[in-house]
Design a protein around this ligand. Structure first.
Ligand SMILES: Cc1ncc(COP(=O)(O)O)c(C=O)c1O
Length: 414
């Protein structure tokens, strides 16, 4: 039994009871789920909230006056209030529901480039971005004749600030990840935001990996936009969220057109609904948003400070134990205070997919591949990595199971 330093803040045994899937067996072995950076498991409370909507309230929102529609609208909009509090936005109008973080980032890229950026201006991203915070900027910049700049990062994911300062000259947008999905490194979001804004850029943060694991305070960070996905933080798939500063959202053109986002449609012209609905065209993923609200309740009850504290302790143990595995190369910062619980590694010359397959046969679910961050793979000079990522229901038992399964990899392949 591995020890963590200091008393844990959360009761993992109790938490695990809320996640029915964790009782599953895979290939006859106990499931050890360590693919949380891809998506997290859902507590019964979230499953129940989705089920309750379909069982008792199923109805479209905003448009009808009947009782079911009112109840559904109320539950849907209550999730917005919960998320507003969760990220400490100034008002509920600053919380826009999307289908995932990718769509939230596409929304910002499309609308800000249209409104605030001229041909010849610069858009700046870093080379560790997930493709979702890279390709939209790259492609839309090309369409508009905007310069697309990529800032270097170290192998540990630290942004090269002198390169950043150079590239920020004349930049209208700075977009960066709060936590790398490959290296686990946490960026100093507040500092980079200030740097970007001091140069006159709007700052967009990809919080897909940070919002599930760290307390988020968008007002304290000071960013202009912050995107995240429900499914990576105990919620359903098909729901994402964009926080945007109200004055900017007011000025920005809609991203998608259709029902719900209009105020008045005439033959020649259309006017837009109020925020945040101006950006929520068509029928939303109502059940998903309600489930997201239940996930936020669950996380808020545990306390994000506690979640972050326990994950840091677990990451420390995981890094120590993994480093004992023969021929392992671990990527990302070694200091658990500088990183989240996403640990990428390779074992000797064994292909990451082979590692993941053997681990799967032992019941251990991890991810292998380029993790939608091909530029970062080039930087690390590897085609792929294996990636184990932890969440609040993981314990040192799971670290032990991972390391034992990795020893099996050596046995099988030697
Ligand atoms: C850092 C980061 N950004 C963005 C995304 C995209 O999230 P989604 O697929 O939910 O849109 C991911 C997903 O893995 C991610 O890790």
């Amino acid at each position: 039994m591995l020890e963590v330093e200091g008393a844990p803040k959360l009761d993992v045994v109790k938490i695990r009871k809320d996640f029915p899937i964790l009782k599953r067996r895979v290939h006859g072995k106990k499931l050890v789920y360590l693919d949380n950076a891809a998506t997290t498991q859902k507590p019964q409370q979230v499953v129940d909230a989705v089920c309750q909507y379909y069982t008792n309230q199923n109805s479209n929102i905003h448009r009808s006056v009947h009782e079911l529609a009112e109840e559904a609208t109320e539950a849907f909009e209550a999730s917005r209030d919960k998320i507003q509090r969760f990220v400490n936005a100034r008002s509920r109008e600053e919380i826009v529901f999307t289908k995932n973080a990718t769509e939230a980032l596409n929304l910002v890229a499309r609308s800000t480039l249209e409104k605030f950026v001229k041909p010849g201006d610069r858009v700046v991203v870093t080379e560790m971005e997930h493709h979702s915070n890279f390709v939209p900027w790259q492609q839309l910049a090309k369409r508009k004749g905007v310069k697309f700049e990529i800032v270097s990062v170290s192998d540990d994911g630290e942004v090269d600030e002198s390169d950043l300062e150079t590239k920020l000259r004349g930049a209208k947008i700075l977009a960066f990840t709060h936590m790398s999905n490959v290296l686990g490194g946490i960026t100093d979001a507040k500092r980079l935001t200030k740097l970007g804004q001091d140069h006159g850029a709007l700052v967009v943060i990809d919080g897909a990996q940070s919002a599930p694991h760290l307390p988020i305070n968008v007002q304290d960070i000071g960013c202009d936009f912050f995107a995240f996905s429900a499914h990576k933080m105990l919620g359903p798939t098909g729901v994402g969220c964009l926080y945007g500063r109200r004055e900017l959202l007011e000025e920005m053109p809609p991203f998608l057109f259709g029902g719900d986002m209009i105020r008045d449609v005439q033959r020649e012209e259309t006017t837009w609904n109020d925020l945040p609905w101006k950006f929520e065209a068509g029928t939303s993923n109502i059940a998903g948003v309600i489930g997201f609200g239940a996930a936020i309740d669950y996380l808020a009850d545990l306390g994000m400070q506690n979640v972050a504290y326990d994950e840091r302790q677990l990451t420390k143990v995981a890094l120590e134990e993994l480093s004992k595995v023969k021929d392992i190369v671990i990527y990302g910062p070694r200091d658990p205070r500088k990183r989240g619980a996403v640990i990428s590694f390779n074992v000797g010359k064994i292909h990451a997919h082979d590692v993941a397959s053997i681990l799967d046969s032992e019941g251990v679910a991890i991810r292998s591949g380029h993790h939608c961050a091909q530029l970062m793979m080039q930087k690390l000079d590897v085609p792929s990595t294996s990636r184990a990522s932890f969440y609040l229901y993981n314990s040192t038992d799971d670290v032990e199971a991972l390391c034992n399964a990795l020893r099996k990899v050596e046995e099988v392949l030697s």
